[in-house]
Ligand binder design. Structure first.
Ligand SMILES: [Zn+2]
Length: 159
């Protein structure tokens, strides 16, 4: 049995904050302004896994009013989604994601992000693909005021 899930996330970019995507800190003059570390890839991916399983969303599981998640490492959200997925006896077939960010260029960090994500989810990095695009200087993302991520995941129930 197959299940598909989609996730979307967006955060503001501000000076003096860290830019963390896929658990990797990327050198940048701006980083995410968020209650947690603002990792758009892990947030979108967490929501995609939860969505595939009809288990709610990241905002319900980890409310941003909760002090426990202040500046939290978003790995813990993804690990929780993984735990719930395994409890339901599902495995990940593949993940595809698009990050929309004007700068910096993410290509030099793509392999590191794929490897780090694969480790957390106990899969091979070949099951994860990640594309980075600019917004062609259009709108807020194009003005480097924020960045977004869309992620799709396909799950298969264990035999
Ligand atoms: Zn988020």
């Amino acid at each position: 049995m197959l299940r598909i899930g989609i996730g979307f996330d967006i955060h503001r970019l501000e000076e003096g904050r860290k830019l963390i995507i896929g658990g990797i800190e990327i050198p940048s003059e701006k980083g995410f302004l968020a209650h947690s570390d603002g990792d758009i890839f892990f947030h979108a991916l967490t929501d995609a896994i939860l969505g595939a399983l009809c288990l709610g969303d990241i905002g319900e599981l980890f409310p941003d009013k909760d002090e426990r998640w202040k500046n939290a490492d978003s790995k813990i959200f993804l690990q929780e989604a993984y735990r719930l997925m395994k409890k339901e006896k599902y495995n990940i077939l593949n993940i595809d994601a698009v990050i929309v960010i004007e700068k910096p260029k993410l290509l030099p960090y793509r392999e590191k992000i794929r490897e780090n994500t694969a480790k957390i989810l106990n899969i091979s990095k070949n099951q994860i693909f990640l594309k980075a695009k600019t917004n062609e200087k259009l709108d807020a993302i194009g003005e480097n005021k924020g960045a977004s991520c869309m992620a799709v995941v396909l799950l298969k129930k264990e035999d």
